[in-house]
Structure formats: C-alpha cells, structure tokens
Design a protein around this ligand. Structure first.
Ligand SMILES: *Cc1c(COP(=O)(O)O)cnc(C)c1O
Length: 368
C-alpha cells in the first residue's frame, strides 16, 4: 500500500542540467542553487547528483543549509547568500563562502576571521543594482576596494555578484538592462585589480533571456528542478518532482450536504468526493481550497473542494471512476506545479518549496 510520497527523479535533474549547460559558454561556471531543501526536494540528493554532472558551485541561503551539504560530503565551493552574524564561525569551520552584503556583516566577518586566526578566506561581495533587497550600493565600490586592500591577509575576493529583479519579465527589459549596466560598471572597476574574481549576475530567467551577461558564472535554481518561468522553456525541461498520494476514503454527498470545516462546500447536486492524506501541514496551502487547486486521478482533473484541512484535502471525483486506495498525482512530469500554482494565483517556487518535511522523499535513480 502506498502513501503520500515526493519522488525526486534524478535523470530529469540531469536532463535539466544539460539543457542549461548547452546554453552557456564552456568556460562559464554553473552554481546550482539548492537552498530551501533543494527547492523543497532533497538538497543532499540533488547536490550529489549535480556534483556528479559537473556543477562547479552550490548556493544556499543560510549557513545551516551549507553545513548540511558539507556534512553529507559535498566538496564543491558553497556560496551562502544570506549569512547571519551569529553563524559566521560555523561558516568558517565548514569552509562555506559568505556573501558580504553590508558593512555590518563585513565587520562581523573580519572580527570572526581574527578571532579564529583565519587568513585569506574566500568571500563574495554582493551589490544592490535595483532589487533593493541585499547588497552594497555601486557607489561604495571604491570604499570596498580600499577595505579589501587593508585586509588582504584576511580576505580573498573570490566573487562579486548582483541579482536581477525582473529577468523573467520582458516588459521590464529596460530595467534589467540598467541593472546589467550598473553591474558591468562594478565589474570594470574591480576586474583590473582582481582578475581572478568570479563575476556572476544571472539566475534562471537571466540565463534564458540575457545569456550575454553570463560573465564567469550563473546561479540557477528553478530550471534545474524543471520550471523555466516560460512555457516554451518549460516544454524543454523535465519537472523533477512528482508528488503522489492515495484516496483514503470516498463519500457520496446528496444535494445540500456540506463538506469539511466551516461547511465551505455545499453540494448543489449528488457529488462524489475523495479524501486524500495531504493538507496544509504538508504544503497544500489554504489558497488551493475551494476550487483553486486540483489533483489528477487516472489522468483526470479532480478539483479540491471545501477548505484545505491540516492533514487532508477533499476532491470532487463525481465524474471520475476511482476506488479507495487508487493513486493520486498532485504534481508530476505532465501535471505541472507551475500551472497548479498559477491557477491559485501563486508561482511554482512557492508550491515546491512549501512541501513540508513531513512528506517522505524518495529518490528515483532510473528513468521511469
Ligand atoms: C534563489 C536565488 C537564485 C536562483 O534563482 P532561480 O530563479 O531559481 O534560478 C539566484 N540568485 C540569488 C541571489 C537567489 O536568491
């Protein structure tokens, strides 16, 4: 008897990696972003597979995520994009590379290097070119170069990067070009002094829409997992995740019967419903209730009706021949997480990263 399971299909991951590689110059490094448990999958399984494919670098948001990769034996460089002050010693201990995004973290990192008697430690400087989230301002470049010079025994400038705000939106082309121009100005100021530094600015949509700006490395996340923020690209990628569950129980509602909490669904006619062992505690947010989301049973779409419960959802199977114990696909290769998320007004990133740790993960090594 099966249960709810999140399958991680490694051959599809390899396919997506190769798809991206083909779009890059042979000298461009690929940093695979595996933050947030590998976008909700299994960061270690994904990183091991991509390391074997030839991924040059890994990227995570927080120090603990990088530590988990190191503890699993990942030896590639790991960029921590949003390190917090209290974790800097652990970061050094695990040979993780911090993004230095402001003076507060810069000073804290210098102090930690001194306290741990560490020298020539690789860092990446993060610049804000318009996202206004993290990073130094471009006009701080010279001041930062002075600081690097003053601390050249402590630090090695391994990378310099920025992040695009709207690389997926061709209506924002002028804004993206302005960001890329600002980044290029920073590159021109730093490269003559640090010729071996890795410059990087593109995420997935950046690679797909602005490949000319790939510099020395790109940072790709969502496309590795099979979503390209674009239907033409999606057609060439293979979604890595399949979320499966089973029908726990079937019910027959008569006209006027209600279903679930707050009686949010009331049958207008005879309705057959299936109860599934998957709820908001598993990552099926309440937004997916009341007809906003759906699952697939025997290839047919079954809308989620009523409110999403903590551990269960109910779906309408009035027109689907099915039995208790039958398989249900929530997302899969042909059951797009992007379409499901868009239908409920959100994006694939949120759906897959929201899949909770309660769901067992299963790595699938062979092509099914
Ligand atoms: C998450 C993240 C990425 C990856 O973005 P995708 O759109 O998933 O490719 C790249 N760079 C930074 C700074 C990020 O935070």
């Amino acid at each position: 008897m099966s249960e709810t399971v999140l399958e991680i299909h490694l051959p599809k991951l390899r396919h997506n990696y190769q798809f991206l590689r083909k779009r890059l110059a042979s000298t461009t490094k690929l940093l695979a972003v595996v933050k947030a448990f590998g976008y909700g999958s299994d960061a270690v399984a994904v990183a091991k597979c991509l390391a074997a494919c030839g991924a040059d670098y890994f990227g995570v948001a927080y120090v603990q995520e990088g530590m988990a990769l190191r503890n699993a034996g990942i030896t590639q460089p790991i960029l921590v994009m949003h390190p917090q002050q209290q974790n800097l010693e652990a970061l050094i201990k695990h040979k993780l590379e911090p993004a230095i995004y402001n003076h507060r973290i810069f000073d804290a990192f210098l102090a930690t290097l001194k306290a741990t008697e560490t020298t020539h430690y690789p860092i990446h400087l993060k610049f804000n070119t318009g996202l206004n989230r993290l990073g130094f301002q471009p006009n701080q470049t010279n001041q930062l170069l002075d600081l690097l010079d003053q601390n050249k025994n402590l630090l090695q400038l391994k990378g310099v990067y920025s992040h695009l705000a709207a690389s997926d939106d061709l209506d924002e082309e002028a804004f993206t070009q302005a960001q890329l121009e600002q980044f290029d100005t920073i590159v021109q100021a730093i490269k003559p002094i640090f010729p071996d530094t890795i410059f990087h600015v593109l995420n997935t949509s950046g690679v797909l829409n602005h490949a000319a700006a790939q510099y020395d490395m790109v940072r790709t996340g969502i496309s590795l997992y099979g979503y390209g923020n674009d239907s033409a690209v999606d057609a060439q990628l293979k979604p890595v995740l399949t979320l499966k569950t089973v029908i726990s129980q079937l019910h027959s509602l008569q006209k006027g019967d209600s279903l679930g909490y707050s009686r949010a669904f009331v049958a207008k006619e005879k309705t057959r419903t299936a109860t599934l062992p998957l709820g908001h505690a598993d990552g099926i947010g309440r937004i997916y209730g009341n007809g906003n989301g759906y699952v697939w049973i025997h290839g047919q779409k079954a809308p989620i009706i009523g409110n999403v419960c903590m551990d269960m959802i109910m779906v309408d199977v009035t027109n689907i021949a099915c039995s208790e114990g039958d398989e249900v696909i929530v997302i899969g290769e042909n059951e797009s997480a992007e379409a499901l998320a868009n239908h409920a007004g959100t994006i694939s990133y949120e759906f897959i990263t929201g899949l909770s740790q309660r769901i067992p993960r299963k790595t699938i090594s062979e092509l099914l």
